[in-house]
Design a protein around this ligand. Structure first.
Ligand SMILES: Cc1cc2nc3c(=O)[nH]c(=O)nc-3n(C[C@H](O)[C@H](O)[C@H](O)COP(=O)(O)OP(=O)(O)OC[C@H]3O[C@@H](n4cnc5c(N)ncnc54)[C@H](O)[C@@H]3O)c2cc1C
Length: 542
């Protein structure tokens, strides 16, 4: 038997790696096992939302991640074409990475954040997360290891781990096992937890079996007309596709829908090449580096997010259609919430109600986000190209104009979503003390609010973000009035902001208790008792 660990994580995708970082930051001994030889080769996610970048800032990797992917001056526009070498129909202009720091310092309202979204492949991000996770002496991060089974014995979990290709399994005892093992989660299956919702959808596009092809071509930018973009869409009756640019020079990932017949069988490289050529509409040389299949049409959430000492997070707990780019971002939000709760429980300051609040908080968020992603998929997938959209005629021109108007409005809805990502709330959680109606839940606008349950509203404190000044665990914002009473037993930092009347205005109270995941647990007047609120927020009292 291997040495006992506090936490074993099955799976080293974004969820598993971020959980290992959260635990590493808190000195909790953890073992991560992933059955691949290394981090992903599949470019998959390309949109890192502002909230995830805020988490990456706290984890100490935001700057490094911001430097990955496209060159700093490359625009992150979303552009729609009939074919990539054909007519441009619509373009949503979005800034290059080099401008985001400046923009974030000036942004207010919906985009009040120190970290604007970043467009970069999951492939590059996972490498940085792995390196960061390995920096903590308490972390043991192993690729090439499979979790083959486990037994929850009530006081501990026994996990059977096996080197891939090796016959002999080792048993590792741990306090908690977390299944971050993706869509086909063995952990979820072994717990007998089903996914609920819709497992299929039929749409003109983004419904059914999809092909992803990672391609390399130094010629493609010469073929694509117009200014550069991050995401290229092809919109014609023969071949619909979308294709994020990965490095701004020669790498792209091409996504298209397969026919039922193709979905049931093999797709040859010649067929892949023909699909790419249809979307581009011109001859050009390219290499196919890697292909994968994925499924559009999932709106699925696990019935339960835990059982006993075993938890689920990320794709193991919810499956999205990737419109809106929410799957991995929701996964990161899951483990940010779970990480501090596991640590607090293991370190003795988290009460008996704390771990149960994970499902109470994250399952409704997963239901909300999968529903929103499905709405985006319906909006783009059910809007079919006009038969004459490529025709050089008045009718063709009208079809292009109409498509352009629709696609631009759609892009504004799908690709500018601060309300979705910054507006996640834990109303109804047993460890949040509500004191008023939450703000409206809207997709494209984020309404900052001091009502407990939501993300702590952001403000700049000179060069620093408020978030840079929060403590590692709970923080009491002292916004007005005399200094609050002290407390015992729970790690709590007090941040004095009484010199900033705008902070008092933003939070609408003299005191605000901020959780380790930067959500507001409670707020109150200067003579109110933060000690009782803290006990509740740590799951020590109901
Ligand atoms: C085409 C496409 C585009 C996407 N675009 C976006 C986007 O822009 N934004 C976004 O937010 N999301 C996007 N997603 C979704 C995103 O890729 C996933 O939501 C994300 O990878 C989930 O992370 P995870 O860590 O939960 O699971 P995964 O990334 O699937 O990681 C799970 C890991 O567990 C390992 N594993 C499985 N079983 C075992 C076992 N028994 N033992 C050990 N290891 C095991 C697997 O090998 C894998 O490495 C996209 C997905 C696709 C397919």
């Amino acid at each position: 038997m291997d040495a006992r660990r506090s936490v074993v994580i099955a799976g080293g995708g974004p969820a598993g790696l971020c959980l290992a970082i959260e635990l590493g930051l808190r000195g909790v001994p953890c073992l991560l096992l992933d059955d691949k030889p290394d981090t992903t080769r599949h470019p998959a996610a390309n949109a890192t939302q502002a909230r995830t970048m805020e988490h990456f800032r706290r984890m100490g990797v935001a700057r490094e991640i911001r430097a990955q992917g496209l060159p700093a001056d490359y625009p992150t526009d979303i552009a729609y074409f009939t074919r990539y070498a054909g007519r441009e129909l619509a373009r949503l202009r979005l800034p290059p990475a080099a401008q985001t720091q400046d923009l974030a310092r000036r942004a207010t309202g919906s985009w009040s954040t120190p970290e604007l979204p970043h467009r970069c492949s999951q492939m590059y991000i996972e490498r940085i997360l792995k390196r960061r996770a390995r920096e903590f002496a308490t972390n043991d991060i192993r690729y090439g290891w499979r979790v083959a089974g486990f037994r929850d014995l009530g006081t501990r979990v026994e996990v059977d781990a096996q080197p891939v290709g090796g016959a002999i399994a080792t048993t590792i005892a741990c306090d908690y096992l977390v299944g971050c093992d993706g869509a086909r989660s063995m952990v979820r299956d072994a717990l007998g937890i089903r996914l609920e919702g819709e497992g299929t959808a039929s749409r003109d596009f983004m419904g059914g079996a999809m092909l992803a092809a990672h391609i390399r071509s130094a010629e493609l930018y010469r073929v694509i007309r117009g200014e550069r973009a991050w995401m290229y869409w092809a919109f014609n009756p023969e071949r619909r596709a979308f294709m994020p640019a990965l490095n701004g020079t020669d790498e792209f990932v091409f996504h298209t829908q397969l026919t039922e017949r193709q979905a049931a069988g093999e797709v040859s490289e010649a067929q892949v090449r023909a699909m790419v050529a249809q979307a581009v509409g011109a001859e050009f040389a390219f290499e196919v580096l890697y292909t994968a299949r994925w499924n559009a049409g999932y709106t699925l959430v696990a019935q339960a997010f835990s059982r006993g000492r075993v938890f689920l997070a990320g794709d193991a707990a919810h499956l999205f259609t990737p419109t809106g780019g929410l799957g991995y971002n929701t996964a990161v939000d899951d483990v940010v919430t779970l990480g501090w709760k596991l640590a607090a429980t293991l370190q003795g300051w988290g009460g008996p109600q704390l771990l149960a609040s994970y499902e109470a908080e994250r399952r409704p968020s997963a239901q909300r986000n999968t529903r929103i992603a499905r709405g985006f998929a319906d909006s783009i997938g059910n809007f079919a190209p006009h038969a004459r959209i490529e025709e050089e005629s008045a009718e063709g021109e009208r079809a292009r104009e109409e498509a352009g108007r629709y696609l631009l409005a759609h892009a504004e809805r799908e690709f500018s979503i601060p309300g979705v990502t910054l507006g996640v709330r834990y109303d109804g959680s047993p460890i949040v003390l509500p004191d008023g109606p939450p703000p409206a839940d809207t997709i494209n606008e984020y309404h900052s609010s001091g009502v407990p349950g939501g993300r702590a509203p952001h403000l700049w404190l000179g060069e620093d973000s408020l978030y840079d000044r929060l403590g590692g665990e709970f923080t009491l914002l002292h916004l007005a009035g005399p200094a609050p009473r002290s407390r015992r037993g729970v790690p709590l930092t007090t941040l004095d902001l009484t010199h900033l009347p705008q902070a008092r205005q933003l939070y609408g109270a003299d005191l605000a208790l901020i959780r380790p995941d930067q959500h507001i647990a409670w707020r109150g007047a200067h003579d109110a008792d933060p000690v009782a609120a803290l006990a509740r927020a740590c799951g020590q009292a109901s």
